[in-house]
Design a protein around this ligand. Structure first.
Ligand SMILES: CC(C)(COP(=O)(O)OP(=O)(O)OC[C@H]1O[C@@H](n2cnc3c(N)ncnc32)[C@H](O)[C@@H]1OP(=O)(O)O)[C@@H](O)C(=O)NCCC(=O)NCCS
Length: 229
């Protein structure tokens, strides 16, 4: 039987030096993994990984490779540099960036209480559902998911997060549904989506705090943002 990684929670700026892999026989392998917030210095590595993700997983990402490949260096640096309401997180194997994910303020909610989670990607070689991977079943991404959730919770302005996943991206939906995410809206297929074999976008919500009484259900903001009304 394979075991998930077990690890001590760490502050998002810190490395996972205290990482343990209790039942993992190959501790020396798992111990070299670190999840942390990215900084401006990580810009070239983020650019490389993000473009690989957009090129190879077109069905699962909304932005197009063709758009971002033309981003200027200062645009990449802005994306990679943490701010009060924006942070990219990375998963490193011995210093090499092998995974990424984002938390940022969602512009669809003008109260600023909603974080947008996105950009999740792990190099196929390290995915826990890839039977060809030496890390099959190890759930290395958990380090990064945990760090992002912790960062979001540490920013009390954020009472919830929103994210969208293709209907047939079963692994990603399962990960979030297991953590209690609620499917709140299905984005109707538009003409330019129709040929996507991964299906329509499912929008999800994770709640972290009491949303102000005057706030509408998240689906209202989504519909307004998508211009569907
Ligand atoms: C989505 C993707 C990153 C997942 O990679 P993965 O290797 O399957 O992920 P991992 O198993 O390492 O990590 C998920 C585990 O983290 C844990 N986890 C998730 N969120 C967590 C959180 N907030 N706190 C603690 N643990 C968490 C869970 O245990 C989960 O496993 P389980 O629910 O199956 O028990 C990967 O499949 C991928 O890159 N896919 C292609 C791109 C893509 O689809 N991106 C998403 C676009 S919407």
């Amino acid at each position: 039987m394979r075991h998930a990684l077990s690890f001590a929670p760490a502050r998002y700026q810190e490395s996972f030096e205290g990482l343990t892999a209790l039942q993992a026989p190959n501790l020396q392998i798992v111990a070299k993994f670190v999840a942390r917030a990215l900084t401006g210095k990580d810009t070239p590595a983020l650019k490389e990984l993000r473009l690989k993700a957009l090129r190879e997983e077109r069905n699962y990402f909304r932005p197009a490779y063709e758009t971002e490949v033309d981003f200027r260096d200062d645009q990449w640096r802005t994306l990679c540099t943490p701010k009060e309401d924006h942070c990219y997180f990375g998963l490193f194997d011995n210093g090499r960036l092998i995974g990424m994910m984002l938390a940022t303020k969602w512009e669809g909610d003008d109260t600023g209480q909603t974080a947008l989670w996105g950009s999740a990607y792990i190099h196929p070689e390290y995915r826990s559902n890839n039977p060809l991977s030496p890390y099959y079943g190890r759930k290395l991404g958990r380090l990064m998911y945990e760090v992002r959730e912790k960062w979001t919770r540490e920013h009390p302005r954020f009472k919830r997060s929103v994210f969208y996943i293709r209907e047939r991206n079963q692994r990603c939906r399962e990960i979030h549904e297991n953590k209690g995410a609620e499917h709140v809206y299905t984005e109707p297929l538009r003409p330019h989506h129709k040929n996507n074999p991964a299906g329509p976008w499912y929008w999800y919500e994770r709640r972290f705090g009491q949303v102000a009484a005057h706030q509408k259900p998240l689906s209202n903001y989504i519909v307004r943002t998508l211009g569907c009304v």
